[in-house]
Each structure stands twice: as C-alpha cells, then as structure tokens.
Write a protein that binds this ligand. Structure first.
Ligand SMILES: [Zn+2]
Length: 251
C-alpha cells in the first residue's frame, strides 16, 4: 500500500543539506480499513515545522496524515515514514513505523541511507544528525526532549536505570517509560508508564533531576560508556533491555 523510502535527503548542490528538507506531500491510494473503499489521498512524506508550524500542531494533535473515507465517513490515521524537520532548531527525526517493515530492516535501510548521504556530500560537509523513532509517541516525546535542550541519550539512560531497579513495577517487556517534559519540575523528572500493548497510560514515576545532570556531566566527560550502552540511531533503553533479556533466555 505504501512504499518504503530510503533516507532521501541527499543532493549534489552546494546548499547546506538540512535546508533541503521541505514539507512534501505525495499521493497515495489508500483502502479504507472499515469499508474497503479505495481513494487517492495526499499524505505528508516530510514536514518542515519551521516553515509550517501548523503541521507540528497537526502532528501533536494526532491530525497529521489522517484520512477521511469519502464512502463511509470513517476517519483513520495512516502511519507512514515521515521526516520531521525543525530547521530553526536543527532537529531532524525520521519516523519509520515498524508496521511498514521489521525494525531490523528499518535500521539496515536507515544506515544505508545515511551512508549514501555521506557519500553524496562534499568531504568537508558533515551529514546532519538524523534521529530515528518507530512510533508517533516516541516522535512527540523526542521533540519535547530536544526542544527542552535535554540530551535524549541521558534520558534513555535514566529510563534504563528505572526499568532495571523496578523490574516488577515497570517490566520492559510490557511497559514503556515516556518522559513528560512539560509536567516535569526543576527538581523532578516525571515519567509516564505506558502499557506497551494497549498504549494506555497506567502510572507515574518521579526521578530526581539532579541524577539527570550528574549523568549528563559524566557522559560529557566520558561518552564511551553511554554510547556503547545506547548506540544510535534508535536510542531506546527499553529496546536495549529487551535485547538483554532475550540474550539471557538464550543462554
Ligand atoms: Zn470507508
């Protein structure tokens, strides 16, 4: 139904790469999940929220890439690969829904895309840092984290610690931690516990912000350890923990 796309942000002209990403819509034929009616719709392939802030609101309010069936009136969201670009803040995130392909395939394709991009650039131009997420929730969470000037790897490290120390209350197999930046305070970070299967928000956990600052300082002084634990481009404590647990079961 929807084509998979590579990280298509290359180009051979001399413009800074990041400036090339504009909001782009493409036409897709979509079948209504309720009545099977097929129709042509325009869906966003990329959004530049500096140029079109209304698209950021649409994303946050879950209105982006929503389709209204002209036959039965049903409304539904199409999850497709999307580039989120905030050029004024230098934020570039690729949302690759894992419904399109397996996470392994997505990661492979992502790495290939970045490598192609690197090769297409002049040697003295650094490719932009592109972050990868698999769900809309992760995308919105990451945007808040980056806009707050926080380091997402340090945030994930804190989630790693919380999961590890509370395996009964937040087992990574079934629960996902999300940082609620807006409701966090100067003293405490507020994490929401989301049920990984139903996506319902079930619990709230608080963690001292001082621990975040201490970890960030440690990471700046000695980045290797955290980079090893949480390599990119998909930085996720839960995914690391699930891999660790799967490894233990294999042994
Ligand atoms: Zn329909």
């Amino acid at each position: 139904m929807i084509h998979r796309r590579c990280v298509g942000i290359g180009g051979n002209n001399k413009q800074p790469v990041v400036d090339q990403i504009m909001s782009v819509q493409k036409t897709y034929t979509i079948r209504c999940p309720k009545c099977q009616h097929s129709q042509s719709v325009e869906l966003y392939h990329s959004i530049n929220v500096t140029q079109q802030p209304e698209l950021k609101s649409a994303l946050f309010e879950n209105r982006l890439n929503r389709v209204h069936c002209e036959s039965c009136d049903a409304g539904f969201r199409i999850d497709k690969p999307l580039f989120y670009h905030d050029s004024s803040r230098g934020i570039l995130i690729h949302w690759m829904p894992a419904t399109v392909a397996s996470r392994e395939e997505i990661l492979e394709e992502f790495e290939t895309g970045i490598e192609l991009l690197r090769r297409s650039l002049p040697q003295d131009v650094e490719p932009p840092s592109v972050r990868l997420v698999f769900t809309r929730t992760e995308l919105v969470e990451l945007i808040f984290i980056l806009e707050a000037g926080m380091d997402e790897r340090v945030v994930e490290y804190i989630k790693y610690v919380i999961h590890s120390q509370n395996l009964q209350r937040v087992p990574p197999a079934t629960k996902q931690l999300l940082l609620n930046v807006q409701d966090s305070t100067a003293d405490e970070l507020l994490f929401v516990v989301q049920n990984a299967a139903t996506f319902e928000l079930e619990d709230i956990l608080r963690y001292p912000r001082s621990a975040y600052h201490a970890t960030r300082k440690l990471y700046r002084d000695n980045p290797g350890e955290l980079l090893n634990l949480l390599p990119g481009p998909y930085i996720s404590a839960r995914s690391v923990l699930l891999d660790e647990l799967a490894g233990e079961e294999d042994e």
